[in-house]
Design a protein around this ligand. Structure first.
Ligand code: NAP
Length: 232
């Protein structure tokens, strides 16, 4: 069966690579980005590799934008099978907690945590209707409880909350064939990870693609890195 997948924040970095790997598995991939020009260019690069990749504008901060993407997906494909919540921002690297502003904390949560909330709200109903869904939240080991120390804390708290939301959703969807998992890609060479990071984007995307293609008896409500369980 031809699966339909949507990836947020996919104009660069790990998001583009997840699109590429899902496309290589034969899925129809909706590559989304907040910037239409950059997103269409990334989709075009993947289409040039022979992959079925469509572009849709999606800014995860905007409920109307999420709604538009949902309407397009349902109009064109009638369902969504795979949702990868990849879009994120890191605005407070190395900054101490009491030195961040309320605005920075809010902005970080709006993209990293509330964005996935909006996309899940938008797409879970069609997954329920078709009795299939694989939701992958791209988190970070910075979302682990043990990592909650006083630097980079807006980002860390937003990922901690994303992990919590993953568990809440998995419980709410228990008994359905919709699996929701969260994961850390590792330290990856992207604009966010920087050039000294350990992993290539190919390696960073691997666990996300594994979770996006879990069999019906696969896990839900888990936290993973390198295809292995990671401590909360
Ligand atoms: N790289 C690492 O070492 C690392 C480690 C742990 C976790 N992660 C996680 O992995 C995921 C991908 O990270 P990356 O390294 O590929 O980061 P990246 O290169 O900075 O890419 C982030 C992507 O998110 C998009 N984005 C930002 N705000 C958005 C919004 N409001 N709506 C839609 N898209 C938006 C960006 O679009 P623009 O180009 O328009 O800004 C970009 O496409 C993130 O969730 C990140 O937290 C990365």
């Amino acid at each position: 069966m031809n699966r339909i997948a949507l990836v947020t924040g996919a104009n660069r970095g790990i998001g583009t690579e997840i699109c590429r790997q899902l496309g290589q598995l034969g899925m129809t991939v909706i590559l989304t980005a907040r910037d239409s020009f950059k997103g269409e260019a990334a989709a075009e690069r993947l289409r040039a590799q022979g992959l079925d990749v469509r572009f849709q504008q999606l800014d995860v901060r905007e409920q109307a934008s999420v709604e538009e993407a949902r309407a397009m997906v349902l109009r064109q494909f009638g369902r969504l099978d795979v949702l990868v919540n990849n879009a994120a921002i890191l605005l407070d690297e190395g900054v101490r907690f009491l030195d961040i502003s309320y605005e920075l904390l809010q902005t970080t949560f709006i993209v990293n945590t509330f964005g996935p909330f909006l996309t899940c709200k938008a797409f879970i109903p069609t997954m329920r209707e078709h009795r299939y869904g694989r939701i992958v939240n791209i988190s970070s080991e910075y979302g682990q409880m043990a990592q909650q120390t006083s630097d980079t804390s807006a980002y860390k708290l937003s990922k901690l909350a994303l992990n919590g939301m993953t568990r809440i959703l998995a419980e709410e969807l228990a008994g359905t064939n919709i699996k929701v998992n969260t994961m850390c890609p590792g330290w990856v060479r992207t604009e966010m990870g920087g050039p000294s990071a350990d992993l290539s984007v190919e390696e960073g995307a691997d666990t996300a693609v594994w979770l996006a293609t879990l069999p019906d008896d696969g896990p839900s409500g888990g936290f993973f890195q390198g295809r292995e369980a990671l401590a909360w």
